[in-house]
Design a binder for this molecule. Sequence first.
Ligand code: IPE
Ligand code: IPE
Ligand code: MG
Length: 276
Amino acid sequence: MPLEKATGQDKKLQDRLLQAGEIPQHIAIIMDGNGRWAKRRGMPRIAGHHEGVNSVRDIVEACGQLGVKYLTLYAFSTENWNRPKHEVSLLMRLLLRALRDERDRLHQNEVQLKAIGDIAKLPQDVQDELLDAIKLMEDNRGLTLVLALSYSGRWDITNAIRRMAEDVRLGIVKPASVTEDLLASYLSTKDIPDPDLLVRTSGELRISNFLLWQLAYSELFISDEYWPSFRRKQLYSAIAEFQKRERRFGKVSEQIRKRQGSLEYVERFLKSVSKL
Ligand code: IPE
Ligand code: IPE
Ligand code: MG
């Protein structure tokens, strides 16, 4: 069991969410607005990135407690390399420090760490720390935390097609046998189910080259909160909103077993009441 358990009012909120419906199996987050958070307070952008680490800690912990299976965090995009050198360098230092500071706590909480993206582009010390942390946590069976670093959706798809083309050239794959599942198996997310819920903070209404393939049927939730002020309460609102959505996957409403869901809820609720 994870070390940190929810207590008091927070536990009540979590219990309410757990009773109200499904908890998304995979939540993906575009953590945006660090710079604006800092600017609004008259501080340098890096102060926002710094405070953003505290949001990461809180959201990871809350997801673990709620039984979310996968949490993917967009931490640094391919295009973010084009920011001023100074900011990129500070972000890399901060990433290194956060990995060092958080790894034991993550490990104790049974988190499994993964990374997606062009990891070879990261500074060597960041790569070493990251790979060490991944190795340390590889047998953990709690929340899988996926860090998207030097990542972009187009990079992911291009990389997959390049590798698949190579396998076609070698005769391992026949062009006629290329299916969606086969292409998905070449993506960096090959062992990870598609996100059920995509959250973007700071009010921006765009995907910014995140998981382009994988988001095909994810529910979208945009929060106006800047990432450093996005904490578990805001996450609970996003999940509650998700629970109200009807995911049709192209079908019509009548085909969706909504009634089944609400019956299960009543049953679960009655069971929990009878235990009181
Ligand atoms: C998100 O915050 C963090 C990264 C993209 C690394 P930003 O740095 O984009 O902050 P804003 O969007 O400029 O406020
Ligand atoms: C998206 O944020 C990337 C990450 C959160 C890592 P950006 O701040 O880079 O996105 P744009 O430029 O506003 O689209
Ligand atoms: Mg931004």
